[in-house]
Structures are given as structure tokens and as C-alpha cells.
Ligand binder design. Sequence first.
Ligand code: GLN
Length: 219
Amino acid sequence: MNSQEQNDDWKRPIKQKPRIAVLALQGDYAKHVAMLQSLGADAYAARLPRELEQADGIVLPGGESTTIGKLMARYGLDDALQAASEAQTPIYGTCAGLILLARQIKEGTGERGGQPTLGLLDITVARNAFGRQQDSFEAPLEVPAVGGEPVRAVFIRAPYVTETGPDVETLASHEGKIVFVRQGHVLGSAFHPELTPDDRVHRYFLSLVTEDEQNSLAE
Ligand code: GLN
């Protein structure tokens, strides 16, 4: 595929109206809902296990991963997410969501040790890893999977990925640090694509969802 074809791929309208649950326990969920709705998805804020079960795709937003993790366990949402993943439902975690999806948090980087994670991405993450001077920053990020110009990536007390398992694909790195990964139906980014008008990363996520629907229709 040449780069022009790759670019054009992202201009196609999304045909189905997939139901996307955005976990809404804490943090930055409303902007994800708005962006996904603007792309034609039936996106909604989800707080109950059944709202995750009904979804064709799930987004775990940024926020505070310790808080979101505790609330998730309290309401049985961790089990619902495990079940959704087993059913191959596409899941996308941004920032705190990436941390929650990781198999492991690098020792010494959690503000509280022993923070539980879902382990749906075979990665190790370091929390708040860009250091104080770079607490929050924007950077142009080459993301070949979404085509076109670099993505303007917004990082807010962001983690990065320190180790990846054999099934994990690196979709983008910033200054040698892995910040966007995919393992099959699970995506995770250290940055916040919901905070800029550029919707290519959300489109990419939706393409996993709609491809999945086509596959299941073909069966
Ligand atoms: N620093 C937060 C954490 O460790 C993540 C920040 C974010 O989601 N923007 O949970």
C-alpha cells in the first residue's frame, strides 16, 4: 500500500454504528465520548459491568490509575473487562488506562506499591516516567499506523512502556520511549488523543471494532 492509499483509508466514513463504552469512574472520559460520537459511534459513559458487556469496544480513559483501579475492583468492572477481552472486544487505554492494561508496573514507579492491573497488554510500564520537567508536554509523534502527518501528542504525567512481550507491536515512540502499543485487539497509548481535534487515533481504534464486526458477520 502506498502512503496515499494509507491516508485515504482514514477518510472512509464508518459504516456501522458501534457501541463504545467509555469507563467513567474518574478522569478524562467525557472528551473520549464526544470524539467517538463525532465519528459516528454510539459512545456512552459506562459505570456498570453490564454497560461494558453490551459494548462493541471499550475505552479506558486517563485519570489516576490507582483510583480508577480501586473503583473498578469495587464494582466488578475488572471482571467485566477480562470477560470482554476474552471475547475479543477491542479495548483502548490512554495514559492511566494504559497503566491499568499493563501486565506489570515497573517497581518503584507506582506511588503506592502493589497496584493491581488487568494484565491485558504484555508490557511493563513506568508511571509518571517523563520526570518533573516534562510533567506535561506536547510532541509531534510519528504514528505510521494512522498515516499522514505526525500526531500532535499530549502527555500529562504520562507513563511509558519499558518492556514489551513478543506479541506486542510498537506503534509509536517518543525519544526512544515506547508510547503507543497494540497487542491484537488491545491498544494502549501514553498520550491523550482526545485532547486535540485530530481524530485519527480514535478512527484507528474504531477500525478494530468494525473489522471485528465484519468478521463476526462473515462467520
Ligand atoms: N499519572 C497518572 C497515573 O499514574 C496517569 C496520568 C494520566 O492519565 N494523564 O495514573
